[in-house]
Design a protein around this ligand. Structure first.
Ligand code: ADP
Ligand code: MG
Length: 225
């Protein structure tokens, strides 16, 4: 039987008068790579933030790995973010005065205890074993995003969320990042929900949902390269 990692029912989010997410029923099977597309302002980030426990719904339910996020306290939600999800954004949000290795270790610090060997291994997995001691400003955009991926996977999340993670990258770096994500997903078996504007990026996923004005308007299977 298919197990769902994400199930939402009538999920909504409003900001005052603005209904950013209209009642959404969504089921994401364990292991799926789901792409979210849509115009700017269509509610993609709103959805992703709810899935990552960065925000709370206005209505409906949202269950991730069997936990109803609406029932969690602030501490419970923080634990959920720490233990279950890894997030990659368009901007890298790396700490400029820390090295690549230290940036990854920061994430371990908030989860449990920093472990330099493990952090080094994560950076080796993303092909940055030779850039451990470099600060973000000394890395290319693609390399910075790879540090973010190492940081996102270091605590073995079951769900990886990406909000336009390749939005600032050129074609070559985008392809490298996507290949890397596929490799890591195949090894670690996590699920992915990724927002993108790029058709090529969407082609790496298993399924694409299209959003418009806060609604899921269409979905399609993709080949999942
Ligand atoms: P997308 O990621 O698809 O570009 P968003 O989810 O960021 O869209 O935004 C959806 C709608 O909700 C937009 O109209 C946006 O202005 C509004 N919105 C998003 N976040 C907030 C917020 N924190 N406060 C007020 N309005 C917001
Ligand atoms: Mg957005």
């Amino acid at each position: 039987m298919m197990t769902a990692i994400i199930e939402t029912s009538g999920l909504t989010r409003s900001y005052g008068d603005i209904c950013a997410l209209k009642p959404l029923d969504l089921c994401v099977p364990e292991g799926e790579w789901l792409t979210v597309m849509g115009h700017s302002g269509s509610g993609k980030s709103t959805l992703l933030n709810l899935l990552g426990g960065l925000d709370r719904p206005s209505g409906g339910s949202i269950t991730v790995r069997g936990t109803d996020l609406a029932t969690l306290s602030e501490d419970g939600l923080a634990r959920f973010r720490r233990d279950c999800v890894g997030i990659i954004f368009q901007q890298h949000h790396l700490i400029p005065y820390l090295t690549a290795l230290e940036n990854v270790m920061m994430s371990q610090y908030f989860h449990s205890v920093p472990d330099e060997a493990e952090a080094r291994h994560a950076l080796e997995r993303v092909g940055l074993g030779h850039r451990l001691k470099n600060r973000p400003g000394e890395l290319s955009g693609g390399e910075q995003q790879r540090v973010c991926i190492a940081r996102a996977i270091i605590n073995s999340p079951r769900l990886l969320l990406g909000d336009e993670p390749t939005g600032n990258l050129d074609h070559k770096s985008t392809t490298m990042v996507m290949e890397l994500l596929r490799e890591l997903r195949d090894e670690d078996r996590f699920s992915i929900v990724m927002v993108t504007h790029n058709q090529e990026v969407a082609a790496w996923g298993d399924r694409t949902i299209h959003m418009d004005d806060g609604c899921l308007v269409r979905e399609e299977r993709t080949k999942g390269c």
